[in-house]
Design a protein around this ligand. Structure first.
Ligand SMILES: Cc1cc2nc3c(=O)[nH]c(=O)nc-3n(C[C@H](O)[C@H](O)[C@H](O)COP(=O)(O)OP(=O)(O)OC[C@H]3O[C@@H](n4cnc5c(N)ncnc54)[C@H](O)[C@@H]3O)c2cc1C
Ligand code: FES
Ligand code: FES
Length: 1302
């Protein structure tokens, strides 16, 4: 029996009905502003679905959406982003979240289990989204190929792993359950030949575990074939099912907003209440808009057809697709292929796309193909408009009341050809920098009858390059047209107003060349076709490390999976915003500066306070204790009160019943400013002498003399850019004040619980013993959740204190990116002296770092960066000077490597420049200058067990460096538009803080009477596998299985005064403390054990309890006695030991577009005797991939007037995705690594050093660009900027088009 829903939208509203994980949800007055993710998390308490960006650009919120297609009589499943999906669009749908896939109670799904067992989980914040993407793929296609998997994963970002283990995990979820389906024949044989007990256990995808699609939705036509109306939140959501009804509604509500149900573009206007009228007409169920009709000369595509449906239709039904190359269908498929990712293509519609304001890929396509748009409106019923005409008026319907019904796309006739292409900044889920389409018609003699070349994304609408059409007409189909066409393209576009115009024009010329050549070669086949674009390939990789005998009693050194892997894979793991709401909880939001540097003249909060739901406003006047904080000097105001120093600086905060009200009210606070002068760049800071007093000086020998006596000298400038952490979990705080004795509990995703405790205590003027800071885990950090979490916890604590109620503060991605620290940009001026054969004898370096508005920790980043610069090469005469520039940007801070990535890149680039100058092979020059075993570096460290040369040699051997170099030369000589480059890189990183007071840690180990062990320590689990390693240490010392040991969280009550988590030293420190506590317990139990040698662990513990032996012990560890004072260079002990690694990177570039791919990366790393090889390999892969982002893709942008950071999230700040990882990625942990001073089971710290190796990606790219330049006769040393974006690579490759554009 099924309920019949009232559906007469003229009368009564309908209830919104949908299913979540098989359970029916019915909402009487749904609010159209509410998104699916809000409802899942806050109403259904399904917090497995994570919100990381709210921009549809990271995939953390992926869910599976399903409906029953009554026409096709089948259930359709697709992946979608819950952050973009409006709840009202789900009427009659079924939603599956990660909780519906599997759980630790009822059993994990094989996909979840494989994620855990294959080490595809680090911080785990991306994991539920990854699982849902793959689950949906498998539901639709139980035997997906690796190409299918890689494509599906384009919509999911992971900032930790480097993707390789995630892909591995999914490959293992294939039909055979062994991962065999994705293996080569040899690999299959190898596994099949194994003895039965050695074979991996099949872990097949078992369909019986799937949530059953609700039969109500399958049987009832009510949802798809009846009109519906929802009334709530001040809106009317009208959902007609016929064109007539749609017209009626439009007549009745002429200002209504048309949406297509996917709302990827319009959703933000609905959420922000900025629609012209409260009526929203959702057209997804209007049958006439959902059809694709094949006509004689073309197809008519309904405006509600999604990109995914169009792709399916073109591939499956359209004969023309397979008929021949360069046709309209394949051009359209190419256009569709690279718009967003699957999650977007599954919901975005052709109508929404063409009617959206702004530049979109298919607009250029439609202009090229000569499409026509069919509109209806209450006034004219129906009209057809040529797309070209529509475009000339900008992107809007001829009349605001017009509704786009369909688009007519003419298909090729005989002798007609078409192609489309686009160049994004990042391949996979990125917008076009420029897109282009070409239509070409020839006559029977194969001469050009008509040619249309269109270019998009240069100005505010795509354009036809008219002159190309004019000069092409009647010409024969040969290459002579190309230079003439490029001239007119340049002529038409050169006056455009656009950023990177020269690059964009050279792209347009390149596209003309590429498309024209490909079409010509199809029409007039020659001997083989010109190869354009990068060599297609799929990802693979190998990991080499020693695994101890599984029977060995030590748990350390074994590659056991992440201790919380099951909870993370199932979405059960709790992050801050997953903590259930307190009954009296409030939310808060910031009022921030909109100026980079200004005096605050007045603040008016009246409008905000008058808003219903607003409870209070806080600012500096409400801070009972210290109003400032800071790592060295307390000079950072928690709230600015007189002056603001960067855009986004907190001025105050609104406290309200919900976060939406708080955010809306904060916008109503009026702040008046008086502008002050600004400084943004290092150059400006140098000019205006905007620097702190401190100057870092590192010297060795006599640099003046060295330079004077050198056979040759070279000067240069090297710059590195900022880098955004883009951890997936934004900063979040929940502060709970307790009335009794002024206690306060702070839940915060910080790396420095101790620092938060101290600062919150000082802000509130209460002793530290009343502040309990609790951190269960962090969804990625990389150094970014340090000082900025003091701000978050501080303002939330002041707010909670004032209203005496719990206050939650969850940063939006935009706020997080705009206001928090970044990696320091640097600028270096150097002068080097060297012999003709390459021995570097003198080097003088002036390094400037951009600190942002406050020194913060910048002088330490500077010092450590300089040390990294000086640690690899033996330069007898050296002088390094470093200065910290102050600018009006957010204060920069720690980021994985803490200055070392910049220092390493700088020195490696200098060495590269020298090698180029004298023509010595790059690798040889570096070998010649590298320190040797037993040398003393300029910080006084004797390089004992200097494993760098071993890593370097092993790496060269592994990749067969000489052989592959020759192959690359050969490849380059044969290919004009693709070039390859190869480079070795090395990393030396000091482990163990120079400030010796930081080299201490505590732990508390409790044994309970059932034998279970609870370990607490001061380190924080942020995805680096710390808890897993600590459990391994405890289990090894106590000689018990890992399952007996548990770590719940880190807090300041159990283990006080912990050093912050960072510097790749946290495992050593806390491991030492855990080891110490466990050893104390073991020693204490030993006399009893001697009396009962055969007793089980549980029996021993029971007996100990009854014998009144304390089963709790605290441990302590401090490493080395001596510290290091930067002002007394060379004295003291700078660190405990060094970590070493080497990498060889091979890249390929597309010389016409500047796009690149890493074909291969081989890394050999010295991690000592790895505590957990799987985790360490994960750190190496993840660090290297994050470094490739720094070197190539990631560009922080800011407005040059207001100082506002404009790269506001993954939508326009591109971190590496699945397509950007090395195609072949091989990692080896150095065998039998020599060395002492490694306190924890002979292991070494690993979190940061591998990132340094990515400098090699840049060097390899320089090699590839040099190869392209050589073809043009340009042999000078080209200084490729960092990051080496497609623009920089393309412009570096030069060539006739670039010459013309310049
Ligand atoms: C993460 C992400 C990545 C993206 N990447 C790309 C990319 O690489 N390339 C690219 O080109 N685009 C990209 N886009 C943009 C995307 O293509 C558009 O957001 C999408 O096509 C809009 O379609 P929709 O169905 O969601 O439209 P909606 O949001 O529903 O509507 C868009 C607009 O069109 C109006 N409208 C809709 N239908 C009609 C109609 N029938 N008649 C009149 N007006 C109508 C609506 O009122 C609204 O103003 C991306 C978007 C996101 C979120
Ligand atoms: S949170 Fe939805 S895509 Fe990022
Ligand atoms: S594990 Fe993927 S973002 Fe952390």
């Amino acid at each position: 029996m099924y309920k019949t829903y009232k559906s007469n939208m003229n009368d009564e509203p309908t209830a919104l009905v949908f299913f979540v994980n098989g359970k029916r949800v019915s909402i009487e007055n749904p609010d159209p502003k509410v998104t699916l993710i809000q409802y899942l998390r806050r109403n259904l308490y399904l917090t497995g679905t994570k919100e990381a960006c709210s921009q549809g650009a990271c995939g953390a919120c992926t869910v599976m959406l399903s409906y029953y297609n009554h026409h096709q009589k089948k259930i359709i499943h697709y992946s979608g982003n819950a952050c973009l999906t409006l709840l009202c669009s789900l009427h009659g749908m079924s939603v599956t979240t990660v909780e519906g896939v599997g759980s630790t109670r009822n059993g994990l799904h094989p996909i979840q289990r494989n994620m855990m067992e294959n080490h595809g989980i680090q911080c785990g914040f991306c994991t539920p989204g990854m699982v849902m993407t793959m689950y949906t793929l498998f539901r639709n296609n139980p035997e997906p190929s690796q190409a299918n998997m890689e494509r599906a994963l384009e919509g999911n970002l992971c900032r930790c792993t480097g993707y390789r283990p995630i892909l591995e995990a999914f490959k293992k979820s294939c039909p055979c359950g062994l991962g065999l389906c994705q293996q080569s024949a040899e690999e299959k044989k190898e596994i099949e030949d194994k003895k039965t007990d050695e074979k991996p256990t099949p872990d097949k995808y078992d369909t019986t575990q799937d949530v059953i699609f609700p039969s109500e939705l399958q049987k009832s036509l009510e949802f798809s074939q009846k009109d519906a109306m929802f009334v709530g939140g001040g809106y009317k959501w009208l959902r007609p099912v016929s064109l007539n009804k749609l017209l009626d509604l439009r007549t009745k509500f002429p200002n209504s907003t048309i949406i297509m149900g996917s709302q990827t573009a319009i959703g933000s206007k609905i959420r922000n209440n900025t629609l012209p009228s409260p009526e929203i007409i959702c057209c997804t169920q209007v049958l006439e808009l959902r059809r694709i009709v094949e006509e004689k000369n073309g197809i008519t595509v309904g405006s509600a057809v999604t990109f995914a449906q169009m792709e399916e239709y073109l591939r499956g039904n359209l004969k023309e697709t397979k008929d021949r190359e360069c046709n309209v269908a394949s051009a359209l498929l190419e256009g569709l292929r690279w718009i967003g990712a699957d999650q977007l293509r599954n919901v975005a519609t052709i109508g929404g796309h063409l009617m959206s304001v702004g530049q979109h890929d298919l607009q250029t396509f439609m202009l090229t193909v000569g499409a026509e748009l069919n509109f209806i409106s209450p006034k004219i019923k129906s009209k057809r408009v040529a797309y070209e005409k529509f475009m000339t008026n900008g992107v809007h319907a001829p009349d605001p009341s017009d509704i786009l019904i369909s688009v007519y796309i003419p298909l090729n006739k005989q002798n007609e050809y078409m192609m489309f292409t686009k160049q994004p900044s990042r391949r996979g889920m990125d917008w076009a920098v420029v897109n282009s389409g070409m239509y070409l018609r020839v006559n029977d003699k194969k001469d050009i009858e008509a040619l249309r070349f269109c270019v998009g994304n240069i100005e505010n609408k795509p354009c036809i390059i008219e002159q190309v059409s004019n000069i092409a007409k009647g010409r024969s189909l040969d290459e002579k047209l190309i230079p003439d066409a490029c001239d007119v393209i340049i002529d038409q576009l050169k006056g455009c107003k656009a950023d990177s115009l020269k690059y964009k024009i050279s792209l347009a010329c390149g596209f003309f060349y590429k498309l024209y050549k490909q079409i010509s070669e199809t029409i007039k086949p020659t001997n083989g076709k010109t190869d354009f674009g990068l060599t297609p390939s799929l990802s693979s990789g190998a990991q080499y490390y020693d695994v101890p005998n599984p029977e060995a009693k030590e748990i350390v050194w074994k590659p056991i999976p992440h201790a919380a892997g099951k909870s993370l894979a199932s979405g059960e793991a709790i992050f801050i915003d997953d903590i259930p709401q307190y009954a009296n909880e409030l939310s808060m939001w910031f009022v921030t500066s909109t100026k980079a540097h200004a005096k605050i003249v007045s603040i008016d909060t009246s409008a905000a306070l008058a808003m219903p739901g607003v409870v209070d406003y806080v600012d500096s006047r409400d801070i009972p204790g210290s109003k400032t904080f800071g790592p060295l000097v307390h000079d950072i105001p928690l709230f600015a009160d007189k002056e603001v120093s960067y855009h986004g600086q907190p001025i105050g905060g609104v406290i309200a019943e919900t976060r939406e009200i708080a955010r809306a009210a904060a916008k109503l606070v009026k702040v008046e400013y008086e502008n002050l002068p600004t400084v943004f760049t290092i150059d400006e800071a140098i000019e205006k002498k905007s620097m702190i007093e401190y100057v870092a000086n590192h010297t060795n020998g006599d640099v003046e003399k060295g330079l004077k006596e050198a056979e040759m000298t070279l000067e240069g400038v090297i710059e590195t850019g900022a880098q955004e952490h883009m951890y997936l979990e934004p900063i979040a705080a929940l502060v709970v004040p307790k009335i009794e004795d002024k206690e306060i509990e702070v839940f915060i995703n910080t790396q420095e619980a101790n620092g938060v405790q101290a600062d919150v205590g000082q802000f509130l003027g209460i002793p530290y013993n009343r502040v309990n800071v609790r951190v269960k885990r962090i969804g990625g950090s990389f150094g970014g959740k340090a000082l900025d979490t003091i701000t978050a916890s501080g303002v939330a604590a002041v707010a909670a204190w004032k209203v005496n109620r719990p206050v939650r503060l969850i940063y939006t991605r935009t706020h997080d990116v705009k206001t928090t620290c970044k990696r320091h940009p640097t600028k270096t001026f150097y002068k080097a002296g060297f012999s003709k054969d390459g021995r570097v004898t003198a080097l003088s370096v002036d390094l400037y770092v951009n600190a942002g508005w406050n020194n913060g920790i910048s002088m330490f980043v500077l010092e450590l960066g300089m040390v990294a610069m000086e640690s690899t090469f033996d330069i007898p005469n050296y002088k390094g000077t470093g200065r910290v520039c102050l600018t009006n940007l957010p204060s920069n801070g720690a980021f994985r490597g803490f200055g070392a990535p910049q220092g390493t890149f700088i020195i490696q680039s200098i060495m590269y420049d020298i090698a180029k100058q004298i023509g010595v092979p790059n690798d040889k020059l570096r070998e010649m200058n590298t320190y040797k075993e037993g040398d003393k570096n300029i910080h006084g460290m004797v390089l004992k067990d200097f494993n760098l040369p071993v890593c370097w040699e092993d790496c060269k051997k592994q990749i067969k460096f000489d052989e592959i170099s020759k192959e690359i030369d050969e490849f380059n000589s044969k290919n004009k538009y693709r070039k390859r480059g190869i480079a070795m890189s090395s990393a030396v990183m000091s482990i163990g803080y120079p400030m010796v007071f930081m080299c201490q840690a505590g732990a508390l180990v409790n044994i309970y009477t059932d034998g279970s062990v609870l370990v607490s320590h001061g380190g924080i689990e942020l995805g680096q596998g710390l808890f897993t390693k600590m459990i391994q240490v405890a289990a090894t010392v106590l000689e018990i299985p890992v399952e007996k040991v548990y770590i719940s969280e880190t807090n300041t009550v159990t283990v006080p005064n912990a050093t912050e988590t960072g510097g790749s030293f946290v495992t050593d420190l806390n491991g030492g403390a855990v080891m110490n506590a466990c050893q104390i317990l073991k020693d204490r139990l030993q006399p009893l054990r001697d009396t009962m040698p055969e007793a089980s662990w549980e029996q021993l513990i029971q007996a100990a309890y009854f014998s009144r032996i304390s089963l709790s012990a605290s441990g302590f560890y401090k490493s080395r006695g001596e510290g290091y004072d930067f002002q007394k260079q060379g004295e003291g002990q700078y660190c405990l030991y060094n970590s070493y690694g080497a990498a060889c990177t091979v890249v390929e570039i597309d010389c016409l577009t500047g796009e690149h791919q890493i074909l291969r990366a081989d890394i050999v790393f010295d991690v000592g005797k790895s505590l957990n090889p799987a985790i360490d390999v994960g750190q190496i892969e993840g660090g290297y991939v994050q470094g490739t982002g720094l070197m190539t893709l990631e560009k922080v942008m800011f407005d040059k007037d207001s100082g506002e950071v404009t790269s506001y999230g993954p939508g326009n700040y591109k971190v590496p995705g699945i397509r950007n990882i090395p195609k072949e990625f091989n990692v080896t942990l150095l065998k039998e690594a020599r060395g002492d001073n490694r306190p924890l089971y002979s292991s070494k710290g690993i979190g940061e050093p591998p990132l340094l190796l990515a400098a090699g990606v840049h060097l390899a790219l320089r090699e590839a660009v040099s190869a392209a330049r050589k073809d043009q006769g340009l042999t000078n040393n080209y200084r490729l900027e960092c990051p080496a974006t497609p623009e920089k690579i393309r412009m570096g490759c030069a060539g006739p088009m670039v010459k013309k554009v310049r």
